[in-house]
Design a protein around this ligand. Structure first.
Ligand SMILES: Nc1ncnc2c1ncn2[C@@H]1O[C@H](COP(=O)(O)OP(=O)(O)O)[C@@H](O)[C@H]1O
Ligand SMILES: [Mg+2]
Length: 394
């Protein structure tokens, strides 16, 4: 139980500080009990059928390569069943790739002329599922053997905390801000950190990042305008990644626009409600105007894909289905075919700062889990297909 004492301050400034201190202390204690003892996130292991699915092989094939000794046994075998750590799946990709006749069959990462994929999720409506979609895509791709960078452009740091770093508390490391600030920026390589999730790195954010909004408003260095700064920072770590997923703040400020100038493709997630659809119309009107302004200032914007994604989709809710049909009629294939279904499996997982991929199937109602994971997989696969198109793969 939390001992509750009345708040002591009445002056708004002191009151706000007191509330924030009390909240932070409570979060710290809550997190410590949730992620004891070292307060760090870890990733579950994956069953043999899940592993076979991720590797795109049959269970029989897995048993064969283990029997032949091509693939070492996983460390965790319980009751005759194999459980694989994500790192073991990652290592298995390397081993199997060497034995495979089709290049890239197990290690699908980019090569040769294939360009770094920079996907931005943006919409100024809060709650449109930007951060949830970002983390699910990040996990989808990391589990499939791509080198993923999650780039958090939201000073609130939702994506950062999903990646196991709590911006509210212990974290005082470098952030995206340090790589894009105007005075004495650091190298992006120093900002990017590997997460507990093999294949996934994060360029973290915290409140400090909002300084970029303030500084960009007063700064006018024509050699290094604001809209070049994220692109330039990403160029410094380009060789280490296949896919960058940029989460955006719920506003159309300098950070979001600098993201747009770096992106190679855009996804605008929106929930099928009248308010969201009309606010998205305003968002795109503004975005269009700003894109024009930075293009006039010398930015060249070019997107391989510019798509809408319906999020928190409710197939049994008639008004929302009407809106979804309306969007599809207006914009055809600009609206992704896959939708992210609204599911308690997703909201429960995100409460624990997890994606559906981190949840063990047997810990949830199976049908609920399967429906949610199936929907996230479909969104991931559709983005993966677009990425392969961008790379010119068949
Ligand atoms: N598919 C979904 N099903 C159920 N809840 C969802 C789903 N996607 C997002 N949510 C919930 O909606 C809220 C807002 O999502 P979030 O990703 O933080 O939006 P944004 O980043 O656009 O502000 C979160 O509490 C999240 O748990
Ligand atoms: Mg968010």
């Amino acid at each position: 139980m939390i001992p509750v004492t009345p708040l002591a301050n009445e002056r708004p400034s002191a009151l706000a500080t007191e509330i924030s201190e009390r909240l932070n202390a409570a979060i710290r204690e809550h997190l410590l009990s949730a992620f004891a003892p070292d307060n760090s996130k870890t990733l579950r292991s994956f069953s043999a059928p899940e592993t076979a699915e991720l590797l795109g092989v049959s269970g029989q094939f897995m048993r064969k390569v283990h029997a032949e000794g091509t693939l070492p046994e996983p460390e965790d075998i319980r009751g005759g069943r194999r459980y694989y750590a994500a790192q073991e799946i990652w290592d298995a990709r390397e081993i199997l790739e060497k034995t495979s006749r089709k290049k890239g069959r197990y290690m699908p990462r980019r090569s040769g002329e294939e360009k770094l994929q920079i996907w931005q999720l943006m919409n100024f409506k809060g709650g449109s599922s930007k951060s949830t979609t970002s983390v699910h895509l990040a996990h989808y791709f990391a589990l499939r053997g791509y080198r993923v960078l999650a780039l958090d452009l939201d000073p609130q740091g939702s994506l950062t905390s999903m990646c196991g770093i709590s911006p509210e508390i212990e974290f005082d490391g470098l952030t995206v801000y340090d790589a894009i600030r105007y005075d004495d920026p650091v190298s992006m390589a120093d900002v990017v950190v590997q997460t507990y999730f093999p294949g996934l790195s994060i360029a973290p954010s915290r409140l400090m990042l909002s300084e970029f909004e303030t500084e960009s408003a007063v700064h006018s260095n024509p050699d290094q305008p604001f809209f070049t700064r994220i692109r330039n920072a990403l160029a410094q770590v380009e060789d280490d990644f296949d896919i960058v997923l940029m989460d955006s703040p719920p506003q159309l400020g300098f950070l979001t626009i600098a993201g747009m100038a770096a992106a190679s493709s855009l996804i605008v997630p929106l929930t099928p409600s009248m308010l969201d659809v009309s606010s998205t119309a305003q968002f795109l009107e503004l975005a269009g105007a700003y894109m024009g302004v930075i293009e006039d200032a010398g930015a060249s914007l070019q997107y391989d894909f510019f798509k809408f994604l319906i999020t928190r989709d409710e197939p049994t809710d008639v008004p929302s289905q009407q809106l979804t049909s309306f969007m599809r009629a207006l914009f055809q294939d600009r609206v992704m075919s896959a939708t992210a279904l609204k599911s308690t499996a997703i909201s429960d997982a995100t409460m624990l700062k997890q994606s559906i991929y981190e949840v063990v199937r047997s810990e949830m109602t199976r049908a609920t889990y399967d429906r949610a994971k199936g929907s996230m997989d479909a969104v991931g696969l559709e983005v993966e297909t677009m990425i392969h198109q961008s790379w010119g793969r068949k």
